[in-house]
Design a binder for this molecule. Structure first.
Ligand code: F6R
Length: 259
């Protein structure tokens, strides 16, 4: 099962995950990073530049999980813009090596296959950062998504559109469709690192980690992955049945193991 790390706050989570990413990039200058958007990964992205100062980032590649369909890429809340602002610029990555699914309406029927091809050509993702939606989605794989799914267009649930309305002027501006890596795509990454903060995520986290493996809670797919790490604050961990065991395990973990 996933290793669960319970931390006091989001900044501590960001530091732990940024340390792991820095270790990866130091060991492999060709590392391929899987990038999430939304609020959750921000503490990781904020902690990274200090850890990677002076490191040659010119060969590092990145793949975003998802993008809104029909939102102009220059819109400040397109995931292309968010990844550029939060990751590409602060880390000095080569923009040509950082991919975001193409959410343009023209050619959308082929965009999923093209993205899967680009991922395969890059050799797959080494470390995939994940958040989780209050309805249990990872990427934008909403409840009911197949565990075998690859990058494709999905319809956002009303709950997800309401949750994401905070990034837009009004809920009417939140796109109804997205293009997202599938659960099958995400499960191919070599290391999954899921973060979650706040009480609002507690039910989704408990379901994903300790509930049945079910397409009704897409985050539960991580139970199928041989190397998954879940970093949560106390509030997001508040309904975990085995929380004491997770704390004990992490406190007694040999330092050489890393995350
Ligand atoms: C974003 C993504 C989503 C978010 C999730 C949580 O690329 O794939 O799964 O991680 O919606 O969003 P936040 O972090 O804003 O709570």
């Amino acid at each position: 099962m996933a290793e669960v790390v319970i931390v006091p706050d989001a900044a501590t989570a960001g530091a732990i995950v940024a340390d792991e990413i820095a270790r990866l990039v130091h060991a492999n200058p060709d590392a391929v990073l899987g990038l999430a958007t939304g609020s959750t990964p921000v503490p990781v992205y904020e902690a990274l530049p200090a850890r990677l100062a002076g490191v040659d980032m010119s060969r590092v590649r990145g793949f975003a999980l998802d993008e809104y369909v029909g939102l102009d890429p220059s819109h400040p809340e397109s995931y292309r813009s968010v990844i550029t602002r939060e990751v590409v610029e602060p880390l000095g990555l080569d923009p040509a090596r950082v991919h975001v699914p193409d959410g343009s309406l023209e050619g959308i029927e082929h965009a999923g296959d093209s993205y899967e091809r680009a991922l395969a050509e890059a050799g797959g993702v080494d470390l995939q950062i994940l958040g989780i939606g209050t309805d249990g989605h990872i990427g934008f794989n909403e409840p009911g998504s197949s565990f075998a799914s690859l990058t494709r267009v999905k319809t956002l649930t009303t709950q997800t559109r309401e949750d994401n309305a905070r990034f837009f002027d009004s809920i009417d501006d939140v796109p109804r469709h997205c293009i997202t890596q599938g659960l099958g795509t995400i499960l191919r990454a070599r290391h999954l690192v899921l973060l979650a903060f706040g009480e609002g995520k507690a039910a989704a986290v408990a379901g994903a980690l300790e509930g049945p493996v079910t397409a009704s809670l897409p985050g539960s797919a991580i139970q199928l992955h041989p190397h998954a790490t879940v970093v949560v604050d106390e509030a997001a961990a508040s309904t975990l049945r085995f929380a004491e065991y997770y704390r004990y395990t992490f406190a007694n973990k040999p330092a050489w193991q890393g995350l």
